[in-house]
Design a protein around this ligand. Structure first.
Ligand code: SAM
Ligand code: MD0
Ligand code: SF4
Length: 337
């Protein structure tokens, strides 16, 4: 095994580590990543509330349940419902609200004014950081969202292999997607970049992505294992073995010690939390209040109404690991550093 603490890995070295299968070597990889996280932030783990407020979408991503051609029940929540759920999440102890949407033409028609109002309320009245995940939007909309006070713009490329991108995000432009987040960064927002694991990528592709994420200046970086969706073109593709996702989390932590790296509850529910935190993740995402009528993305209902995707449940699991959920103030300090 290579010297894991050196940080300036070549692409070939990353590929070598991604191909590692020896359980003892993998334990060393995860232990190193975890120790780096502990050195940076001690026993604190951050937590984001997830508010998927419209499931209408004009796009046809092959991996997604909410793609336009999928004949499913959809919802578009009212501003009152969005704010009530955000408030509930904040009161339960999340550090940030992630306002996520399908590319719903209805919001484009009204120039995102409602979304900007919601951001302003969460920022001013609830004094809580906001991430916006609106898909690709035009520059003047990014300006509007930044001016409303959005701290983060999340937009995942899924892969940095252009051929693979074309197959996944059918009919969408690679550069347009990349440039939207680079523009958001220019406008002073933090950006999140993300990968899908198990969609036909090679180890070289992943190594490229790991390096690209750093070059772009993404402060939050994620990987999610692909989960097959009923009615979608990739319905019968297999979900990958989770070791790949865990290795990628660990490598992201080693490469980028200060990055926010999610353990998403949207892949394996609350049951998947421990392994991801053990691999070096420092942030729990996809916390959704039970019986709120709001959904997840990759796992649209798993553990939600059962109360599994709550701060309380996460807190219990973290405490068994000697960890705790950070306060909002601790989170704000961390992102300013
Ligand atoms: N519609 C916006 C967009 O695509 O950027 C924002 C929300 S989108 C639903 C958020 C992310 O969920 C996607 O970028 C993708 O990484 C992830 N996702 C969607 N379907 C998934 C699946 N079947 N398995 C795993 N992750 C998935
Ligand atoms: C998550 N389900 O954090 C959410 C989603 C969008 N910004 C995030 C993929 O796992
Ligand atoms: Fe729409 Fe986003 Fe799903 Fe693609 S990933 S179909 S843009 S909701």
């Amino acid at each position: 095994m290579l010297d894991l603490r050196k940080r300036n890995f070549t692409k070939a070295e990353l590929v070598q580590m991604l191909s590692e299968e020896d359980p003892e070597e993998l334990d060393i990889l995860f232990d190193t990543a975890r120790t780096i996280r502990e050195d940076v932030q001690g026993d604190k783990i951050f937590a984001y509330g997830f508010v998927y407020f419209t499931t209408f979408c004009k796009n046809n991503c092959n991996f997604c349940y909410y793609r336009k051609s999928n004949n499913i029940e959809r919802y578009r929540k009212t501003p009152e419902e969005i704010l009530a759920t955000s408030k509930e999440l904040i009161d339960s102890g999340v550090n940030l609200i992630d306002l996520t949407m399908g590319e719903d033409p209805e919001y484009r028609r009204e120039e995102f004014n409602t979304v900007a109002d919601i951001i302003r309320t969460i920022k001013k009245e609830y004094d809580t950081p906001v991430m916006i995940s609106p898909g690709v939007v035009e520059k003047h909309i990014i300006d509007k969202l930044a001016e409303a006070g959005a701290d983060w713009y999340a937009l995942y490329q899924e892969t940095h292999n252009r051929e693979l991108f074309k197959k996944l995000r059918v009919g969408q432009d690679y550069d347009e997607r990349m440039n939207a987040k680079l523009y958001a960064k220019e406008r002073g927002m933090y950006i999140e970049e993300g990968l899908l694991a198990g969609i036909g990528e090679s180890s070289q592709d992943i190594a490229d992505s790991l390096l690209t994420m750093g070059q772009m200046g993404a402060k939050q970086v994620r990987v999610m294992s692909f989960v097959p969706q009923e009615g979608s073109p990739m319905e019968s593709c297999q979900t990958p073995d989770r070791t790949e996702e865990l290795k990628i989390i660990a490598l992201m932590r080693i490469l980028y010690p200060h990055a926010l790296i999610p353990a998403s509850l949207d892949v394996d529910g609350i049951g998947g939390l421990k392994d991801r935190i053990r691999a070096g993740a420092n942030l729990i995402t996809s916390i959704i209040p039970p019986r709120s009528g709001f959904m997840g993305v990759a796992q649209n209902t798993m553990d939600v109404d059962e109360g599994g995707r709550t701060v309380e449940e996460a807190r219990n699991i973290l405490s068994e690991m000697g960890l705790r959920i950070a306060s909002k103030e601790e989170y704000k300090r961390f992102i300013r550093e």
